[in-house]
Design a protein around this ligand. Structure first.
Ligand code: ZEM
Length: 290
């Protein structure tokens, strides 16, 4: 049987080393493209991974990071996802170079890479997400609305399976990035170092005086002192709510504790709705530029 058609095609089974190569490629593109926004695509990559995951509904098992259905309309056109094309486009050349990786695994790997490269904690990662088609798009309205407060946050995040401590730990991601008037309508960064992950979000929430910003845009807060930082009504809700505020104090006082809890809760977020095969290994990637 010296006939090629009788030879089973060799399946490429990617290993840890292969995913580390993809990680390295994302990290080097982050370094290279430093003329974007505050100097990094990192924050918008984190937002992409979060919006891919945060559609999860634990009752129906729908949504979550398995599927990458934000590639398709209607999900790509949901108001909450405005501006995330920048993140998806950033990753296209990476997908082209490593076509074996699914979009779903790539978007989450990019979130992990961005957090680590922006000096955040190590985020353990498992591979195995499968892309799904347009039929798996989730309905609009599953992601939180920035104009609302604690009841809404609890409704939305309990639906994903998170508790109060986890909600507050997740919000610390707002140490990164900014609001864009042409995306959400809101404006400005939460911290003075939007491309470095720190617990400053919690410190600023507690330590600064916050006032309504006087402008024609949606209702948001600004810090009284410099009027350059912002908080969304949803951010302010976590110090207006007694139970949430206890966790804000914990994370404001202890960056190590924030990093530990943030790593655990982001791993949980990024794995919502993913049917991993039994025995799937958990990997940690070596940071490149951090
Ligand atoms: Zn965000 N987020 N988010 N967030 N978010 C924005 C930007 C970023 C809420 C929200 O309405 C907004 C989480 C939770 C919540 C990031 C990560 C995570 C923006 C601005 C808004 C309006 C978008 C724009 O204009 O570009 C609300 C209401 C939340 C509920 C608590 C969680 C959880 C996150 C990750 C774990 C990040 C990194 C950004 C910055 C994006 C960028 O482009 O700079």
């Amino acid at each position: 049987y010296n006939n090629d058609s009788n030879v089973a095609p060799k399946l490429f089974v990617p290993k840890f080393e292969d995913y580390q190569k993809v990680y390295n490629e994302i990290a080097s593109r982050l370094e290279e493209k430093e003329d974007y926004d505050d100097g990094s695509y990192g924050p918008v990559l984190v937002r992409l991974a979060w919006h891919a995951s945060g559609t999860y509904d634990k009752e129906t098992g729908t949504g979550g990071s398995n599927g990458a259905t934000m590639r398709f309309s209607p999900e790509s056109d949901h108001g909450a996802n405005a501006g995330l094309k920048a993140a998806r486009d950033f990753l296209e050349p990476v997908k082209a170079k490593f076509p074996w990786i699914t979009y779903s695994d790539l978007w989450i790997l990019a979130g992990v890479c961005a957090i680590q490269e922006m000096m955040g904690p190590t985020i353990p990662y498992r591979a195995g997400r499968q892309d799904r088609d347009v039929a798996a798009c989730t309905p609009d309205g599953r992601l939180p609305d920035a104009a609302q407060a604690q009841d809404h946050l609890r409704n939305i995040f309990y639906r994903m399976g998170f508790n109060d401590q986890e909600i507050v730990a997740l919000c610390g991601a707002h140490a990164l990035g900014r609001c864009h008037t042409d995306r959400s309508g809101y404006s400005g960064p939460w911290t003075f170092s939007p491309t470095v992950l720190t617990n400053d979000y919690y410190k600023l929430l507690l330590e600064e005086k916050w006032q309504w910003k006087k402008w024609n845009g949606p209702k948001q807060y600004e810090d009284k002192k410099t009027q350059t930082l912002m908080m969304l009504p949803a951010d302010m809700a976590i110090i207006q709510d007694k139970k949430f505020k206890e966790w804000v104090k914990v994370y404001a006082a202890d960056n190590d504790k924030f990093f530990e809890d943030f790593s655990a809760v982001v791993k949980k977020l990024f794995e919502l709705g993913v049917p991993f095969k039994e025995g799937t290994e958990t990997w940690t990637f070596k940071p490149v530029n951090a």
